[in-house]
Design a protein around this ligand. Sequence first.
Ligand SMILES: C[S@@+](CC[C@H](N)C(=O)[O-])C[C@H]1O[C@@H](n2cnc3c(N)ncnc32)[C@H](O)[C@@H]1O
Length: 205
Amino acid sequence: MVKFKKKSLSGSSKRWIQRHHNDDLVLKAKSLGFRSRAVFKLDEIDKKIKFLKKKDNILDLGASPGSWSQFLVKKGFKNILAVDILNMDPISEVIFIAGDFTEEKIQEKIKKKLGKIDTIISDIAVNTTGNKGLDSFKTNSITLDVLSFANQNLSNGSNVLCKFFNGELDKNIIDYAKNNFSKSKIIKPKASRQGSKEMYIYCCK
Ligand SMILES: C[S@@+](CC[C@H](N)C(=O)[O-])C[C@H]1O[C@@H](n2cnc3c(N)ncnc32)[C@H](O)[C@@H]1O
């Protein structure tokens, strides 16, 4: 029988796992039944700007593993459509589409399933490669796609919140928001990891 040697983790991977395990928010999310600590960012942002309205049809982009959708269900939202390139374990009351948001056929599917879109929340971030410039370029170019989709499909008074990174293309995102929406605001949640370049931009059409 062929025996496989267990691959040992590098020092930085071990440190990452340690930090992750020690992270209070990870433990808190777990104890409350949420799939990710990301839930605390959405909670914090909504407490600040109060943009989530219960009767809204909500599109949750980059939804997996699902804590933002879980949060919306817990708050009593009924019409939630979640989309991610990765699969997501089912959440009752949430419709899920597996696919790449940047593809036209996925955007058409979203419009068909949700009908009128009132609010878009996007936590999309590409898999990190270790090259921070490239990672923020790739994520931020999807964020620009999200803003353009929102601009074309939201009616006046509707909202979009998306993640972006300080770095490549961030100025394009801020300018696009200013030029195409009636209101925009940049938010840095305290629940983001220390040292992270992650930011959120909220825009109202
Ligand atoms: C930070 S995670 C989202 C966490 C989620 N908000 C939660 O509360 O569990 C970012 C997600 O964006 C997804 N993603 C990246 N590129 C995407 C794309 N082009 N279309 C859809 N989802 C994408 C990733 O697969 C990943 O699951």
